[in-house]
Design a binder for this molecule. Structure first.
Ligand code: SF4
Length: 111
């Protein structure tokens, strides 16, 4: 093993943070965010729709049109943005007005 590779191997082994080597630490930009498509197999399994009004009511009887990604605890986008990352889909970008069966209402702030 050459010395650079040996150094990197020891760094990863000692810090346990291989992610440091994948992106900016080596001068590479992180990969761009990926949009979640409705045709994604996992999205299809969870009934994801980019528009909450298009959710199949017969298949998801507990769904209401008030349930949107912006009101979901798994949505990490900015409140006024049209899209944002979803932790249920590994950070893929969902629409603010979207919905899927993993919807979990955001807790209300304590007053
Ligand atoms: S888990 Fe929440 S934020 Fe993610 S797609 Fe489903 S409803 Fe939207």
């Amino acid at each position: 093993m050459n010395s650079r590779r040996n150094f990197l191997f020891k760094l990863v082994a000692s810090t346990g943070t291989p992610a440091l080597l994948c992106g900016s630490a080596l001068g590479q930009a992180p990969p761009p965010p990926v949009k979640l498509e409705e045709t994604d197999p996992v999205a299809m399994a969870l009934g994801y729709k980019e528009d909450t009004t298009k959710v199949e009511a017969a298949k998801y009887p507990l769904h209401t049109v008030e349930q949107k990604c912006t009101g979901c605890a798994l949505y990490t986008g900015k409140p006024d943005a049209a899209t944002g990352p979803c932790t249920a889909f590994g950070g893929k970008i969902v629409t603010a007005n979207g919905w899927c069966a993993a919807f979990a209402k955001k807790p209300q702030p304590v007053k």
